[in-house]
Design a protein around this ligand. Sequence first.
Ligand code: NAP
Length: 564
Amino acid sequence: MTTETPHANEDRSVARPAEFDAIIVGAGFAGLGMLHAVRALGLTAKVFDDGEDIGGTWYWNCYPGARTDSESWYYCFSFSRELLEEWDWAERYPGQAEMRRYFDFVDRKLDLRKDVQCQTKVLSAIYDEAESRWLITTDRGDRVSARYFISAMGLLSEPYIPPLDGLDSFAGPCHHTARWPQSGIDLQGKRLGIIGAGASAIQLLPVAAETADQVTLFQRTPNYVFPARNRPMNDDERRDIKNNYDTIWRKTRTHGFAMPFDSPTNRLAVDTPPQERLGIYQEQWEETGGLRFAFETFDDLLIDDDANETAGQFLRDKIREIVKDPETAELLVPDNYPLFAKRPPADHGYYEAFNRDNVSLVDAKHSEPIEAVTPAGVRTSRGEYEFDVLALATGFIPFLGALEQVDIRGRDALALQDKWDQALRTFLGMSCHGFPNMFMIVGPQIPFGNGPTLAEENIKWISACIEKMEREGHTEAEVSAEAEQSWADETNEVVNSTVVRHGSHITSWIAGTNIAGRAQNTLIYMGGADNYFARIHKAIENGFPEMAFSGAAQPGSAQRRTSA
Ligand code: NAP
């Protein structure tokens, strides 16, 4: 275990790479949680992150209106009771600034930043089979070697910039929402064009409309949007939550989407009389809001098309009720896919914003598709719209985008991308055959659900695997090809029993169909986070039967490390 850093005036091309036990890429929930866990094993780690500061998603997504879609009290680390006790959430759904403050708080408690090197993009990670080590290089000239290479790069971190003609020609500021300038953009008196109508656009539009002179949203596909019903948290609520954390985390870890919701155990929309059903939807819409609308109403919305249609109809009626101009309302109504074939966003005044005089909607799918971005704005088939600022709320290259930025090569110099070009296969979204000692946190083929909890469960499995290797003196851990294939098969199969399968006919990141020109991949395991967590725990308890461990034992190494 060494942490030697090459001397400043040494020639880096000949210097031995600095050595760590683990290199982690990404300083969001996943990377920071992993750093803490690796330290707890008595090992050395370094985290690289491209951003100027820690926070991952919550560093990058600083567009006006950015806030979580999960409630604050479980969209956080759960591993430390001290962190849970000492942090007071200000809002039900924290905004980006509050999330940044939370990461500062976590850093103050755990002293994480000292092992994080920001503004550093990892370029390559190459496995050296003779040494059983990964050699990692960065755009800042770092060459480091590690026993374990851990990707914590995030599932929605690589912005998707669609191939729009003339995009570079726009004369004013033009930014993807996930690359919004950290210093902000003054929208006062400006004309803002937003391309896209997903979760990012839905948050940006109502907030921007309060300041900008004019906001125009170019929508291709409308979404089903639930009201979030955000509110400030009060002391009583915070106390109540802190007193009930055991229950909250138990519920979270036994819920299909890793959220502490009260499932409507076996209440089915198709078996509920229409008036009663309407009352249940109405109550959730008015009182509760957010994703609870889908998960606390009926148990069959995700698996039964008829049940799903009852919720879809309710939501479509709500849009028509809220949006005053009937033509605009009709454009906002999703009409060719079921709820949850696209990931439904949470709303903070989105539909109401279309009742403002300074907000307009362009039907970029049917009546006037975008033809090009011009120096002055956006040209559609009907004419040109002039803007001062353009926002690309066009989403992400899910799961694969960030990994593709790094030249990752495993055994026999096989590139991860080449492996996945044949067929996307992972084991539990965390490990790949042919890539020993490499782990992914929230990698492809993990369940859909509450991000920090998914990351923490992945970290448990990865830490336990590393701990076993250190304790038993193994040099390599590699998942078997059979276990990997079996997980990929199950992932591909289970999606067909849910409404997400309809995402193959539209553009939907959760269905792996949002990137123009790319073949569809099943990126998400739809068999439930609760089932997935059970698999993780079983694998740990049984000593990782799907992994092959190799290398001679090095007695005493683990004791030396943990007592360091
Ligand atoms: P998204 O849901 O993938 O939406 C991208 C939008 O861009 C879609 O409306 C898409 O239209 C449009 N688009 C793409 N290419 C286009 C083109 N060439 N011309 C016109 N429009 C184009 O992306 P997102 O809004 O960034 O959200 C992605 C995910 O990030 C969310 O589902 C969520 O999981 C996460 N997110 C979370 C939060 C939160 O928790 N608060 C906030 C933001 C994002 P089509 O629909 O027709 O393809």
